[in-house]
Write a protein that binds this ligand. Structure first.
Ligand SMILES: *Cc1c(COP(=O)(O)O)cnc(C)c1O
Length: 488
């Protein structure tokens, strides 16, 4: 059953508000503004409230249920973040105000830069990029600017391990590089021998996700970095999986040269139809001069009586501005709140519990699902959604059936190197009971796949719409489903 549109609910003469009788002379409405072909729906206030409330309930949300979407880190978004982001002094400042009048905003941004540097081990940080993918683009542009500044013009290749997120090769290609794939070895690490074969004086860098998208920490990460550095290339770190590392390991210390954060993953700011993301980029010392401008800095040191004066600086060899104004400031406030609420020990506990929850969930389902790389996982893991003795059932069918059990499906068919991949990330904010309920559902579905495969092929059974042509639904958006001329 689809929701009726607000026009179908309309009833002539019904209304939501009544205005008092006018106590001023009437004036005619400007007729040229009023479209005769656009009828206005007539509804009561209650009709409207119910309509939009019911529509909102068609959306699955993290506040409504478990959302184990691998690689996306769909953790709980604490409500205190929303309160601080709405404080008038933070919410109502204007980006064109003189810096003297927004010192509080700048202090928050400066301190957040310092905290992210401390968490990641990088020397400098920009808060500008709008999301992880834009952070990647900034990082790859910085890698290019670095080589060109040394008159090293041969470096046209970026190496991408085959477990990488699709944004990595897309970013490299958009920045004008040739993308060269590097296979994984039997344990899910970057294959060192294959890496050596493609490392030459044309390599600009390698984009490394660690833990990788199999949820595995690369056991040879230091060796990988060394091989690329010895060839004169730089290492880009895809920081989407920082939730496994917080307070435990710092990418900068491992030798990574430049990395993005996904504040909307690791630091609990909403995403997935929930608002803008944020993808700050950290760099090691030798890349600091290339960061996008402007960066928040202390312009005048303070003392006991006067606070420091914050302002903006432009790095000497900057790649330029990548975003209007200063990034998604509201997301920076939420991240600041989240880090301040947890503190350094809390940061470490986040990572420890994310890894513990993932391993607990894996232990509950591994008897029924094949694990492609049989190792202790980090904050997520990948199983195969397919069985040789239930050949008609695929990962997609398992995901659709999970919706009947009221769970959001895991990520499907990614990473590409695992056939029929189901990529599962429970996050640290879920209880033991929720994890067990999800494992029970997955295990029951594995049994159903063998006893009644058609049940899975026909799923979901309880949603307003069953199976969509997902590619067409995304590419040919129909956002306005009611047109007066068609329905007249
Ligand atoms: C989410 C993700 C990205 C892209 O980040 P966005 O913020 O969605 O642009 C890149 N790499 C990995 C591994 C990711 O999970």
């Amino acid at each position: 059953m689809t929701e009726p549109t607000i026009y179908e609910l309309s009833s002539p003469g019904r209304r939501g508000v009544r205005y008092p009788d006018s106590d001023v002379p009437q004036a005619p409405l400007p007729t040229d503004f009023i479209r005769k072909d656009l009828p206005m729906p007539e509804l009561s206030e209650l009709d409207v409230v119910r309509h939009f409330t019911n529509l909102s309930k068609l959306n699955y949300s993290i506040d409504g249920g478990f959302y184990p979407l691998g690689s996306c880190t769909m953790k709980y978004n604490p409500k205190v973040n929303e309160q601080t982001a709405r404080l008038p002094g933070l919410a109502f400042t204007h980006p064109l105000q003189p810096v003297e009048t927004v010192q509080g905003d700048l202090a928050l941004m400066f301190e957040l830069q310092e905290w992210l540097k401390e968490i990641s081990g990088f020397a400098s940080m920009t808060l500008q990029p709008a999301a992880g993918a834009q952070g990647e683009f900034v990082g790859v542009m910085i890698i290019r600017a670095y080589h060109l500044s040394r008159h090293d013009t041969k470096r046209k290749k970026i190496l991408i391990p085959d477990s990488a997120h699709g944004t990595n090769p897309a970013t490299s290609a958009m920045a004008g590089f040739d993308v060269v794939g590097v296979p994984s070895d039997a344990r899910g690490n970057v294959d060192l021998e294959e890496l050596k074969k493609v490392c030459d004086d044309q390599v600009a860098g390698l984009m490394l996700t660690n833990p990788n998208t199999l949820g595995l920490f690369d056991e040879n990460v230091l060796e990988v970095i060394k091989i690329v550095h010895e060839a004169g290339g730089l290492i880009y770190g895809d920081g989407a999986n920082m939730n496994a590392l917080l307070g435990i390991a710092r990418p900068g210390d491992l030798g990574i040269d430049v990395m993005h954060f996904n504040l909307h993953k690791t630091f609990s700011t909403p995403h997935g139809g929930g608002g803008p993301g944020s993808g700050p980029v950290g760099v090691a010392k030798h890349l600091a001069d290339f960061l996008p401008a402007p960066i928040v800095d202390i312009i005048e040191e303070g003392d006991e009586d006067t606070p420091p004066l914050y302002g903006f600086v432009t790095p000497s060899k900057t790649i330029g501005r990548v975003k209007s104004f200063y990034g998604h400031f509201g997301m920076l406030v939420r991240t600041y709140t989240y880090i301040a609420m947890h503190g350094p020990d809390g940061m470490r506990k986040i990572a420890e519990n994310a890894v513990l929850n993932a391993n607990y969930l894996l232990s509950l389902v591994r008897d029924k699902y094949h694990l492609a790389y049989d190792r202790i996982c980090m904050h997520e893991f990948v199983v195969e959604g397919h069985w040789g003795d239930a050949p008609e059932v695929h990962a997609l069918d398992i995901s659709k059936r999970l919706m009947d059990y009221n769970f959001h499906p895991p990520t499907n068919y990614f990473p590409l190197i695992v056939p029929e991949a189901l990529m599962i990330e429970p996050t640290e904010t879920e209880t033991k009971q929720t994890i067990e309920a999800f494992a029970n559902a997955l295990n029951k579905i594995a049994d159903e796949a063998h006893s009644d495969p058609q049940l899975l092929k026909d799923a979901p059974h309880n949603t307003p719409i069953g199976r969509l042509d997902e590619v067409r639904a995304a590419k040919e958006l129909v956002l306005c489903c009611w047109m007066p001329e068609q329905n007249a």
